[in-house]
Write a protein that binds this ligand. Structure first.
Ligand SMILES: [Zn+2]
Length: 385
């Protein structure tokens, strides 16, 4: 009996302090999407931690100014379809944010740091669960593939094709984006569209020849109201003109103006309708030219029967651990889970740490969520078949 107890105590335990120590090392490496060298330092770190655990590593060099894509596959489980764990290693925060604005710190249950909630804690939790299996001498029933992308926060322009190709080779996709509202996970997301509207008017001296000018800024002001007016909360449609720029001087009737638009829609049909509406905008004067570009970037992620079944399984697993897993109603935030769910691969998202304030200067996770989430990941790996 004593011997058995000793043997049991030698098993690795799920330890929140150890998890947080690991997360801290990842948060310490600041990795804004547009800084390829910085993101690659993060890729080096993750690669260096996965390689000693027997994972087969593949690193796809970055392009278009972005960092590398990292792929790591468990040595067990063969070549067949398995579990794809999807994470991004970039954050929205610039270098220096950690020092100047959001230092790593723990205050009670809250642990602050740039990108800690979105999504370094989540990415680390899945890694920790994998390492726990290896340390315990266990294997999952299915092979596990980790995919770390460098530019999710800007829409995954260089990694989307890799994500989709990897998803098609797997049975399930688990995404390490943050949990929310008391640990709720994500089983559906709105589709995301991105557009650029450029207006060309006619320049003129603002004093001497005002009447000859056709102001691109004035036209944009009109169109911003029209575009923002397309928001319809009842139908789940939002539009946001998030960036505007135009004009060359206060005494010049502006020739050019440019705006960037974010669109969120609940389903593909409404997405098509909104794209057509945006492209159908007309100038108020024949001397003004409008040029719209862009379109749907992330397709809607709909909770279908297969996703429901995967969620039910996760709920059961969590009940055994001792907590009730819930999912949020359709969220407006897009993720790489939109790509994989749209391909029909059962996808659960928001499996990362619980916390608050993604993309802000008060971004934090809840320390108390680390242990239950790590256990959830371990049991998902052990039970998915
Ligand atoms: Zn994220």
């Amino acid at each position: 009996m004593v011997a058995r107890r000793e043997a049991a105590s030698n098993l690795p335990k799920v330890d929140a302090e150890e998890i947080l120590d690991g997360i801290r090392l990842w948060v310490d490496i600041e990795s804004p999407s547009h800084d390829a060298a910085a993101v690659n330092r993060m890729v080096d770190k993750v690669e260096g931690e996965l390689a000693p655990l027997g994972a087969a590593i593949e690193r796809i060099p970055g392009r278009d100014g972005f960092g590398d894509v990292l792929k790591a596959r468990s040595p067990w489980g063969g070549d067949g379809p398995g579990i794809l764990v999807l994470s991004h290693l970039d954050t929205v925060h610039p270098i220096g944010f950690k020092e100047n604005t959001l230092p790593f710190r723990r205050e009670g249950d809250k642990v602050y740091g740039p990108g800690i909630y979105d999504m370094k804690a989540g990415a680390h939790l899945a890694f920790y669960a994998y390492r726990h299996l290896v340390r315990s001498g266990k294997e999952s029933l299915l092979p596990i593939t980790f995919l770390y992308v460098p530019e999710e926060e800007v829409g995954s322009p260089t990694s989307r094709a890799v994500i989709e190709a990897e998803a098609k080779k797997n049975k399930y996709v688990l995404v390490t984006e943050p949990a929310r509202d008391g640990g709720k996970i994500v089983t559906s997301r709105k589709g995301v569209g991105r557009f650029v509207l450029e207006i060309e008017g006619r320049p003129a001296h603002a004093g001497a020849r005002h009447q000859d000018g056709r102001s691109a800024v004035k036209e944009m002001a009109r169109l911003i109201l029209a575009i923002e007016g397309m928001t319809d909360y009842e139908r789940g449609i939002t539009t946001n003109v998030g960036l505007v720029g135009g004009g060359t001087g206060v005494n010049v009737v502006p020739q050019f103006c440019r705006a960037e638009i974010d669109l969120r829609v609940p389903d593909a049909a409404i997405g098509e309708e909104m794209v057509a509406t945006l492209y159908g905008l007309k100038p108020s004067d024949p001397q003004l030219k409008l040029k719209m570009s862009g379109g749907m970037n992330r397709p809607p992620y709909r909770k279908d029967a297969k996703i429901q079944a995967l969620f039910d399984h996760a709920k059961e697993v969590c009940a055994e651990i001792g907590f009730d897993l819930e999912d949020v109603k359709l969220t407006g935030g897009g993720s790489d889970g939109n790509f994989t769910a749209a391909l029909g691969i059962p996808t659960l998202d928001g499996l990362g740490a619980d916390g608050y304030g993604a993309h802000t200067d008060y971004e934090h996770i809840f320390y108390s969520s680390l242990e239950p989430r790590a256990k959830m990941w371990i049991r998902l790996f052990e039970t998915l078949s």
